[in-house]
Design a binder for this molecule. Structure first.
Ligand code: PGA
Length: 251
């Protein structure tokens, strides 16, 4: 695992964008795994800037999002469909038919999850997966206790996660969906490359356990320790409990 400590959220976002750009230039038809939440917003802003100012081309890119709430219509302001369109897709030249996000409104969720896995395989697998991390160590919506070999499926959200996300639902936890469709840990780990991002002191316990703790289903992100090409970009606050020496980036 390559751990890179940067000063703050802004430098985390810029370094992540630099890695995405390198991959995209090397492989214009990149299959990119995307995440939602506050963490990747700066990365997406920087990619939009690179598209507008430097001509970074997304026309051949395919994307797969990690997860989506069950029961929210696609056009709900807090659906991950809306999030991705507002914060990235509508600002870049991606082909809408190359965008995949789990659909939380389907009747047959199980069949949809199988279809999602098949689509990923059909596109040759995910080249680069972007990940945030929950305070409880989740990746995607794989909450503690998720099978480390899990595939795309429906999961019950942890109370901690629903509390954290209540801020997007007017602070009312009862409005936060209870279930989500998420790529599994097994799905995520099969990506050819992973970049996990974390910023802020509220992520420092999760980062300490992910990077320096044992691999355990109780900290799903710790599974990235077995990945041959995982990069963890953390700001100083998120890295503040790490005890070993790591690479730094001052850019
Ligand atoms: P956040 O969420 O980026 O909003 O902190 C991360 C996550 O829950 O995976």
């Amino acid at each position: 695992m390559r751990v890179i400590i940067v000063e703050n959220y802004d430098s985390m976002s810029r370094l992540a964008a630099k890695f995405v750009k390198e991959e995209l230039v090397r492989k214009p038809d990149l299959v990119l795994g995307l995440a939602t939440g506050s963490t990747p917003l700066g990365l997406y802003k920087e990619l939009i800037r690179m598209h507008k100012e430097e001509g970074l081309d997304f026309s051949k890119v395919t994307t797969f999002n990690l997860d989506e709430y069950v029961g929210l219509p696609k056009n709900h302001p807090e659906s991950y469909h809306t999030f991705m369109w507002e914060n990235l897709f509508k600002h870049i030249n991606i082909n809408p038919s190359n965008i995949y996000i789990p659909d939380g409104t389907v009747e047959d969720i199980e069949a949809h999850c199988v279809w999602y896995e098949e689509k990923i395989a059909e596109k040759g697998g995910i080249d680069l997966q972007i990940l945030g991390i929950g305070r409880d160590g989740h990746i995607g919506f794989n909450e503690p206790g998720s099978s480390l070999a899990s595939r795309t499926r429906i999961k019950t959200l942890a109370r901690e996660t629903r509390e954290d996300n209540a801020r997007f639902f007017g602070g009312d936890i009862s409005k936060v969906p209870k279930y989500a469709i998420t790529m599994g840990i097994g799905t995520i780990i099969e990506s050819k490359k992973l970049i996990l991002l974390a910023s802020g002191a509220n992520k420092r316990d999760a980062i300490k356990k992910t990077v320096e703790g044992p691999i355990t289903a109780m900290v799903p992100a710790s599974m990235i320790q077995i990945h041959p090409m995982a990069i963890v970009i953390v700001d100083q606050e998120a890295a503040s409990l790490l005890e070993r020496e790591y690479e730094t980036w001052e850019g």
